[in-house]
Design a protein around this ligand. Structure first.
Ligand code: SF4
Length: 233
């Protein structure tokens, strides 16, 4: 089986051509959106960052995340406070969905301490059992917390992969992950999320993509009219 057989694209392209195009796209994305180094190294802080970040702007997420660790220091202190105290902290600092997030942060910390001896698990199935951790956050923890080769699919990765015809336009994000993993060499997986997020914020924007400024024009079926805005979910 494999992702390639299960859904349809809006244009013809054989799998080997798609693979070659995907590889070239990722190389250009990495080259254009270079990052000095990936932020790898602290699975617990990465996990808390991901919970706070849901439906939040990056700048606010980062500010609150920093304040949270200045105030509560580490997993042991966070696991001891009440969900209400964490909810209050998040609400006062302008975090949306503060009620759910406050509970997820405290409960996840308690579970990691009690069940995993204070070490964040490094398997996707275990991570997804933690409250508030879906597939995207689990993959973010694996990639940026543990440095594992994987591809977190957020809203930017989902949209851009579909515009570029690397995943069929109507499939769910977890299926997009499968397509990307089949198309892109494993050693590059960890760069895909960062590069597509940067591209999505600067050029391939959600509402009006700046195709005339984009270095992927010649490789992009959306730019060639082969995929339409209304095709994409
Ligand atoms: S050409 Fe347009 S749609 Fe294609 S990747 Fe670039 S900005 Fe996005």
């Amino acid at each position: 089986m494999g992702a390639k057989n299960s859904h349809s694209f809006t244009f013809e392209e054989n799998w080997n051509e798609k693979k070659r195009r995907a590889h070239e796209i990722v190389k250009r994305l990495m080259n254009y959106h270079q990052r000095e180094k990936l932020l790898i190294g602290d699975p617990y802080k990465t996990l808390i960052h991901c919970i706070i970040s849901q439906r939040m702007r990056d700048e606010v997420t980062y500010k609150v995340w920093k304040m949270l660790f200045e105030k509560y220091k580490n997993i042991r202190t966070i696991a001891k406070i009440s969900p209400e105290e964490m909810q209050d902290f998040l609400r006062k600092n302008g975090v949306g969905l503060w009620k759910a997030k406050g509970e997820w942060i405290v409960k996840s910390s308690q579970i990691i301490l009690e069940k995993y001896g204070g070490k964040v698990p490094d398997k996707i199935e275990e991570l997804m059992k933690l409250p508030g951790i879906g597939r995207k956050c689990a993959n973010i923890v694996l990639a940026y917390g543990f440095g594992q080769q994987t591809i977190p699919v957020d809203t930017h990765v989902n949209r851009i992969s579909k515009r570029l015809g690397l995943a069929p336009p109507k499939i769910a994000p977890e299926k997009v992950e499968e397509y990307l993993k089949e198309l892109i060499p494993e050693r590059l997986w960890i760069y895909v999320n960062h590069a597509m997020v940067d591209h999505g914020k600067s050029i391939c924007r959600p509402i009006k993509p700046k195709c005339s400024e984009c270095f992927l024009q010649d490789l992009c079926p959306y730019n060639k009219g082969l995929i339409k805005k209304e095709d994409i979910k």
